[in-house]
Each structure stands twice: as C-alpha cells, then as structure tokens.
Design a protein around this ligand. Structure first.
Ligand SMILES: [Cu+2]
Length: 167
C-alpha cells in the first residue's frame, strides 16, 4: 500500500483529467454538431430563398409559366410585353396575363385589354395574373388591341398590342 500509494493519486488524477478532457471533447462535439445543424438550417433557408427568388425572377422576367400552353404577357405602364401575340386563323390563344403595377397608379385599379374588332374587353387588377383566352379571327392579319384604363389609353401608342394572325 505504502509502495503503491504514491502512484495511485497521479493515476487517479490522470484518469480524472482524461475523463474531464473526454467530457470536454464530447461537449465540444455536441456544440459543434449543434452549430453544424444550425448552420445547415441557415444554408437550407438561404438556398431555399435564393431558389425561390431566382424562380420568381425566372418566372417573371423570362416569362416561363406553369400555366400549360399559355403565352406569358406582361402589362405595365410601359405597355404590353411582348407587344405581339401570334395565332393561327380561328385559334383560341391562351395568354398568361400579368400586371406588375400597384393599384394606386391605375385607373379603377386595373389594366385592360380591349379590342372592338376582336370583341374583347378584359380587366386585370393590380399586381395579379390570370389566364385569358383570345379568339383569333379566321382572316389573316394584324389585329390591334389596347389598354384604355391608363396613360391616355387608346391614344397612347405605347399602350397597344397586336394579335398577328397568320396561316
Ligand atoms: Cu393600362
């Protein structure tokens, strides 16, 4: 006992230090895992937001749409974009029509798509989108349409669009 006693304390002390170090390392690992998980969540959130925003920009500016077979067309104070819609004679063209302007800028809160020849008068509320149908006449030609609810309406050449009907 007397011979081994001096050795016990250091061994015991060493063991406890080792246990403390082990516990400290385990705590560090847990903390790292938590930080890793939190970082992972942030990365996922940021990536998700980025993809969402990129998707919005892509959907908006590039005009790709989830509405099947509908051609995207934007209406704003700058007019119709694109300005020309193509159709075959008699074809019913679906247009994914969207309005990027706020209501306070718009007469009655809407942009319109009007044509006496085509027999249409459609309204699109501020900051909204909907799919509309335009029936092309049987005769080939360029059919004028316009927005009559803003910027001088029909008198403003910038607020016109064309339905181009061609066989
Ligand atoms: Cu308008």
């Amino acid at each position: 006992m007397s011979a081994s006693e001096p050795n016990i304390a250091p061994v015991h002390g060493h063991t406890r230090r080792a246990q403390n170090i082990e516990a400290q390392l385990a705590a560090d690992r847990r903390a790292r895992r938590l930080r890793g998980a939190a970082f992972g969540l942030i990365v996922v959130a940021v990536l998700g937001a980025g993809i969402y925003l990129a998707g919005s920009v892509f959907l908006g500016q590039r005009g790709t749409t989830t509405v099947a077979a509908a051609m995207p067309m934007r209406i704003s104070m700058s007019g119709f974009d694109p300005q020309v819609i193509h159709a075959k004679p008699g074809e019913t063209v679906k247009v994914d029509w969207w309005n990027t302007d706020g209501g306070m800028h718009l007469t009655n809160g809407v942009h319109t798509l009007v044509s006496d020849t085509l027999g249409i008068r459609l309204e699109l509320p501020a900051e909204s989108r909907k799919t509309i149908s335009i029936k092309a006449p049987m005769a080939a030609g360029d059919y004028d349409f316009w927005c009559d609810s803003c910027c001088g309406g029909k008198e403003n050449s910038g607020m016109h669009g064309t339905l181009h009907v061609e066989v």
